[in-house]
Write a protein that binds this ligand. Structure first.
Ligand code: FCB
Length: 440
């Protein structure tokens, strides 16, 4: 395989994880229950009845995991902070032991020269807040800002770059509209206030983090280039509607101060728009694949239909592998938001593979190497075309709890044997380590 083209010398190389997917230790040191504990323990919700009770046991094994980051040679580590560790009921007094865990983690990262990039909300809402309405309740936005301030107060002296929310579209759609993720509500279009309250919480948190001295604040959105199934008027219109929900609902309010889908909605109050549009230092973009969209068939509850993308390889999850989609996505963002688009970090990119451990104990995940190689070349092209992308984070360091798919899907550069918790770097880990050395 040819060496990757050279990225700018200041380019940030990293990997990402999230609290509920790796930490385990769900009842330790005063952590309160989250909506994912409740959901995973509800029979039938998660494949094979898997839960995050133990996950990768990262809560106890974090020194080994930070050593892996060092060995890999990344500049930065994106992880998430579990709100229910910091405030077990989602409000009020801070649980110092919960913050101690992240304090030790950040110290160790700093000692090894790895920048800590925490995400404040990666879907594990304290259950007590869900009991009061979750993100359907405007109060949750204010609680989120208070929690953000408490975390910044403790970690702000060592953390420069913060992420408020992870993928609010996925949390709203899967969690509140379709019910396939926690909290498992099936409200369809009545879930829309969840979009607004997450964005309001984001804007309030940006202000709280800045007041706490944060140097750089961003939001991470899941973005997809939308490919109309044909040039017919109906397919083009359906593709535009899909783009509106998936991409623009969470970008236009933040970058343009506009929200066509929620204009006039009772959940939007005077002043919200300005809070949500508080300028950002960067935009986090998670890219996995494009989405092909056609007009909805008669009687569909949705105004569009998603179709498979034919003729391309797929990941173990069945997701289409289209590296050029990353270039198209970035070019599209650059065109649409022009002067208002801040620098971008790709905060997640990766694939699940069916990994076999060969008799010599190795995992030859060539599909992951191809995936990363292809996406990095597409990213390099986009940078060459003028899109300001400052970093790339692979999802994920470790195999982990893949939400409703449980432990079935493996996204890690490092294999986790869930019986023994043994970590084994896969071939992709060695490939990335060598690629990062070449870049320096
Ligand atoms: C993203 C999530 C992340 C992980 C990957 C595969 O949508 O942010 O937690 O599950 O998908």
């Amino acid at each position: 395989m040819d060496a990757l083209p050279s990225f700018p010398s200041s380019f940030v190389w990293g990997v990402s994880t999230a609290a509920y997917q790796i930490e385990g230790a769900v009842s330790e040191d005063g952590r309160g229950p989250s909506i994912w504990d409740t959901f995973a323990h509800t029979p039938g919700r998660v494949r094979d009845g898997d839960t995050g009770d133990v996950a990768c046991d990262h809560y106890h094994r974090w020194p080994e995991d930070v050593a892996l980051l060092s060995e890999l040679g990344v500049d930065a580590y994106r992880f998430s902070i579990a709100w229910p560790r910091v405030q077990p009921d989602g409000s009020g007094a801070v649980n110092p032991k919960g913050l101690d865990f992240y304090d030790r983690l950040v110290d160790e990262l700093v000692a090894r020269g790895i920048a800590a990039v925490p995400t404040l909300f990666h879907w594990d809402l304290p259950q007590a807040l869900e009991d009061a309405g979750g993100w359907l309740n405007r109060e949750t936005s204010y609680r989120f800002a208070e929690y953000a301030a408490a975390v910044a107060d403790r970690l702000g002296d060592r953390v420069g770059r913060w992420i408020t929310l992870n993928e609010p579209i996925v949390h709203m759609a899967q969690g509140y509209a379709f019910g396939t993720h926690a909290p498992g509500r099936e409200l369809m279009f009545d879930a829309l206030p969840v979009a607004h309250h997450q964005l309001l919480g984001h804007g309030l948190a940006v202000r709280a983090l800045r007041a706490g001295g944060a140097a750089e604040v961003m939001i991470t959105n899941n973005c997809t280039p939308v490919v109309p199934a044909s040039d017919s008027e109906a397919d083009l219109a359906a593709a535009a509607v899909y783009d509106g929900f998936h991409n623009r609902l969470f970008l236009d309010p933040v970058l343009l101060g506009e929200n066509p889908l929620l204009d006039g909605a009772p959940c939007v109050r005077d002043g919200d728009r300005e809070i949500i549009a508080t300028p950002l230092d960067a935009l986090g973009v998670n890219y996995y694949n494009p989405t092909r969209v056609a007009a909805a068939p008669d009687g569909s509850p949705l105004p569009f239909e998603m179709l498979p993308i034919e003729g391309v390889p797929t990941t173990a999850f069945g997701w289409p592998v289209v590296p050029g989609g990353l270039r198209d996505l970035l070019a599209g963002l650059h065109d649409r938001y022009a002067g208002t688009l801040p620098p971008i970090y790709i905060t997640e990119s990766g694939c699940s593979t069916v990994d076999e451990v060969t008799p010599d104990g190795r995992i030859h995940d060539t599909a992951r190497i191809d995936y990363l190689d292809g996406h990095l070349r597409a990213l390099h092209q986009a940078i060459g075309e003028g899109v300001d992308v400052r970093g790339y984070f692979v999802w994920s360091l470790l195999d982990n709890f893949e939400w409703a798919e449980g432990y079935q899907q493996r996204f890690g550069l490092v294999r986790v044997d869930y019986d023994t918790q043994r970590r084994t770097p896969k071939d992709s880990f060695g490939w990335l380590r060598a690629a990062l050395r070449d870049q320096r």
